[in-house]
Write a protein of this length. Structure first.
Length: 476
């Protein structure tokens, strides 16, 4: 029988080196706040509760975290404030009164986003029901970190911080990751004994390791080799480095499923701006060229091809579709869908509610919003389709638009099957173009048209024969 699990997340620090107006733990990696990554991982551990310690920008952190608290699902999420910030030991001291006292605590940092749940499970197994377990890693350059001091038998004795370490201790390459598992019942007495009599004048959480040893509580150093899992974010450079590492992992996972990425180093998958978790599901023989960004929930069917530099968000691309370079597809809440064998782009824009059937062609500089295009419909150049229902095989000419907005309300345009809309037409909604009809180029259509009819609504052409152009007067 394992003890109930409580998560403590330290997130009160300022993050001075980010030089941002916003708290560090709200900086985003793969479109998700650093703290949300940590909460997401915590959510995979069957924890009973999570306590987030806030300080700098506390209100902003709490508001953002509660709002995105889909990630907090599964456990009771609470916040405690640490003001002022007197060190990591002082931080955890603020959290302990919020815990039940009978559990095992895992202490995490809000700025270490890439720890994997299975690593924490292993750490918890190492801690069992009554031990302290420290997550450690050997670093070629351990500068700045707390060092794990072991005795000759290899048993962990204490942690010494960089600034308090002597030369021998600084030569130790095994560092404390900042992550530990510890029985909550010991925390209260140990934290009460902390002093700030050290190089930084802070209450170090790491001093409780020596107290555990003194009290005969076994301390296990659980060493992993994957430095990324314990890497923290302190600067924009480190944030970008972790972003790349994270994206490379996502890219590799897709490639292992058979997705062909032209370059795994030029691939991005992110949560969308509304917090929809990143999820890219691909069929067989999908090709994705360089520089594509996928956000939110995207699915790509068998044999589909995504050209270079496309941004695709909350959309489904059916089998065999070809998305040419520089296409922007954002389904937002409504979603967007591209039918089988459709050809989209280059430079096309599909907005929320764009639903394209099979073999639809959408060419350059064509914008489609909240519109359904039936199988085989085409809009190849420079056009706008908003709030439209477009029938099968419709051909929608260059420069044509649906005038869907009267300044107050949106109206629908219905273009029935086999209609041919010439170039530069304005279809003033609400309006229906009857099946098989033709609209002459340059027409502004304000009334419904009959099936099969040719409709022309433009100024009549006037040609004046032998017209002489004005000539410049010559001075005498
Ligand atoms: C800490 C560890 C060090 C370890 C390193 C790993 C201590 C004393 N040292 O050092 O052994 O190698 O992490 O990255 O614990 N925080 C608060 N309140 C505070 C101070 C910090 O919430 O008063 C939070 C910070 O926001 C951050 C985390 O605690 O999320 C770690 O704090 P930081 O100052 O970065 O600790 P380090 O000096 O790096
Ligand atoms: Ca740190």
């Amino acid at each position: 029988m394992t003890a109930p699990l409580d998560i403590i997340i330290m997130a009160a620090g300022k993050g001075t080196r980010m030089k941002s107006r916003h708290p560090k733990v709200l900086q985003k990696l793969a479109g998700r706040a650093l703290l949300q990554h940590v909460l997401h991982t915590a959510g995979q551990l069957q924890a009973r509760s999570a306590v987030v310690i806030t300080g700098h920008g506390a209100a902003e952190v709490e508001a953002a975290t509660t709002k995105g608290a889909g990630a907090g699902a599964g456990f009771d999420l609470r916040f405690v404030r640490q003001e002022p910030q007197l060190g990591t030991g002082h931080a955890v001291q603020q959290a302990v009164p919020a815990l039940a006292g009978d559990g095992m605590a895992v202490i995490l940092s809000g700025d270490v986003p890439l720890t994997q749940a299975d690593t924490l499970q292993d750490l918890l197994r190492a801690a069992g029901s009554d031990k302290m377990a420290l997550l450690t890693v050997a670093m070629p350059d351990p500068t700045g970190y707390g060092r794990i001091v072991r005795n000759d038998a290899g048993t962990v004795q204490r942690i010494v911080e960089q600034k308090d370490a002597n030369d021998t201790e600084r030569a130790i390459t095994e560092i404390y990751s900042g992550i530990m598992a510890v029985p909550v019942k010991h925390l209260t007495p140990w934290l009460a004994k902390l002093s700030n009599n050290n190089a930084q004048g802070e209450y170090y959480l790491t001093d409780i390791v020596a107290m555990a040893v003194t009290d005969g509580v076994p301390v296990v150093g659980h060493r992993i080799s994957d430095v990324l899992q314990v890497a923290g974010v302190n600067s924009p450079l480190q944030l970008a480095e972790l972003e790349r590492a994270h994206q490379l992992r996502a890219a590799r996972a897709l490639m292992e499923q058979g997705v062909r990425l032209a370059d795994p180093a030029r691939f991005d998958l992110r949560d969308d701006a509304r917090g929809m978790p990143a999820q890219l599901v691909c069929g067989q023989d999908v090709d994705i060229d360089v520089g594509c960004i996928f956000t939110g929930k995207v699915s790509i069917g068998d044999g589909a091809q995504i050209g270079a530099h496309c941004h695709i968000s909350n959309a489904s691309i059916a089998a065999g579709a070809v998305i040419h370079p520089f296409t922007h597809i954002d389904g937002e809440k409504l979603g967007a869908s591209v039918g089988e064998g459709a050809l989209i782009g280059p430079f096309a824009r599909l907005r929320p509610g764009a639903q394209l059937g099979r073999e639809v062609h959408i060419g350059n500089f064509v914008e489609v919003k909240n519109s359904t295009l039936a199988d085989g419909a085409k809009a190849n150049h420079l056009a706008y389709l908003g709030d439209a229902t477009v029938g099968e095989r419709v051909n929608y000419g260059a420069g044509s638009i649906t005038a869907n907005y009267d300044g107050a309300n949106k109206h629908r345009t219905v273009i029935e099957a086999d209609v041919h809309i010439g170039s530069n037409c304005v279809l003033v909604a609400p309006v229906t173009i009857g099946a098989g009809g033709t609209v002459g180029g340059g027409s502004t259509i304000t009334k419904n048209t009959l099936p099969g009819a040719l409709s022309v609504a433009r100024g009549k052409q006037v040609s004046i024969a032998n017209w002489a152009r004005p000539a410049k007067k010559t001075s005498s």
